[in-house]
Design a protein around this ligand. Sequence first.
Ligand SMILES: Nc1ncnc2c1ncn2[C@@H]1O[C@H](COP(=O)(O)OP(=O)(O)OP(=O)(O)O)[C@@H](O)[C@H]1O
Length: 262
Amino acid sequence: MSRILEVKNMTMDFGGLRAVNRVNIGMQQGEIIALIGPNGAGKTTFFNCVTGVYTPTGGDVMICPPQGELQSIKGAKPSRISAKGLARTFQNIRLFPNMTVLENVMIGRHNRLKTGIVGAIFRPPGTKAEEEQVLHDSYEILKKLNLGQYANDLARNLPYGAQRRLEIARALATEPFLLLLDEPAAGMNPQETKTLESLILKIRDTEKVSIFLIEHDMSLVMSLSERIYVMDYGKMIATGTPEEVRNDPAVIKAYLGEDVSA
Ligand SMILES: Nc1ncnc2c1ncn2[C@@H]1O[C@H](COP(=O)(O)OP(=O)(O)OP(=O)(O)O)[C@@H](O)[C@H]1O
């Protein structure tokens, strides 16, 4: 297995608040890992620093795409990072509600197009073929996420769990090697969470995409993750297998707010 992500001593300060404090996280190709921690621990800020929403105030973010070379992406724009093969979803659903389900995925696919704005206006011969390919690929992605029957519905009319799956479909349309999911099960009912769980496994196994998730649903985290990182107040307080993390006194203390190991 090869290393695809290496975050070294990442620090993020907001004025006097250190939201992420010298965090180190590494990831191998094909892994499913999770970042957990109480509210305000710094998890989303960490994702924002990896995906270019913020430039970390300290440390570095290195990636090594499966067919690429080791490189730093610290300070790169989100669109550039996405083009390099890192895709993400957000804690709050960010779909285009008045566009169809298929159009939402086509937008995700857009950054794989060779034709730029000039092509879109003057429509040289290759443009039409490329557009048809985008349409075809987007529909295939929808089918993989069990969303084919909704293709022509407006995104806002989808059931909640399907909207969350659509966010994942749009992220997958960019052909990532690493997918970062920020609380994908938030607001889902148990049945939707179960569907999500098998979907995440399917994406990893059939699409060969590595998965990094932030999640509060502990049963989902424990059953999916090969390794878990635990943050509290910006610091990494534990790392290990689900079994190791579950029994770690520092983790129990962070969640319960008291020292149960005493
Ligand atoms: N843009 C910002 N400006 C100032 N402070 C921020 C900013 N973004 C996050 N913070 C602060 O950084 C800390 C970490 O927040 P973050 O959202 O990363 O936590 P989290 O672990 O994702 O929490 P949750 O599980 O509730 O989503 C919090 O104290 C938060 O208020």
